[in-house]
Design a protein around this ligand. Structure first.
Ligand code: HEC
Length: 131
């Protein structure tokens, strides 16, 4: 029995360090030369900033993800439930570069009308990782 507990602990620790390494991987991906500094405060401002669409309707990251990122959000167009974005309650968040890239692209375009810069993405990730 003891043997198994040890094994479970090791697997558990392995998972934790794997997830953390991935967040660092993302920072590195958006800052390969190391010249940028990412800040959660700036990320928070970007996250909540409202932009107007062509019809004058407000759009922000919160439009679909909600005000409390530890809770589920709701897609503004399809009404589909979106799982919480905060890494503290959703361990799968920010562990897959492909997924992060895909949704940054789509969502920045939808909200800002353009892609986000690496600086903006890094700032937003800093903010989201602290929630
Ligand atoms: C129109 C609705 C909508 C808006 C607005 C929106 N998102 Fe999302 N976002 C989604 C959906 C849908 C997913 C993918 C489903 C999921 O992961 O649960 C997602 C996933 C993500 C992910 C991937 C997280 C992961 O699992 O690794 C990131 C990062 C993200 N969004 C960032 C943003 C940012 C930044 C903004 C504001 C610029 C934003 N989103 C605004 C709908 C939206």
């Amino acid at each position: 029995m003891k043997k198994y507990i040890g094994l479970i602990v090791i697997i558990g620790l392995g998972c934790v360090s794997y997830a953390q390494a991935n967040m660092d991987d993302l920072y590195k991906y958006y800052n390969p030369q190391g010249e940028l500094t990412f800040g959660a405060e700036r990320g928070k401002t970007l996250w909540h900033k409202k932009h107007l669409d062509k019809k004058g309707k407000e759009r922000a990251c919160t439009t679909c993800h909600g005000e409390d990122l530890r809770k589920s959000g709701k897609h503004a167009k399809t009404g589909k439930v979106i799982d919480p974005l905060a890494a503290s309650v959703n361990k799968e968040r920010f562990t897959d570069l492909k997924k992060v890239k895909k949704w940054f692209k789509r969502n920045c375009k939808w909200v800002l009308g353009r892609e986000c810069t690496d600086q903006e993405k890094g700032d937003i990730l800093k903010y989201l990782s602290q929630l």
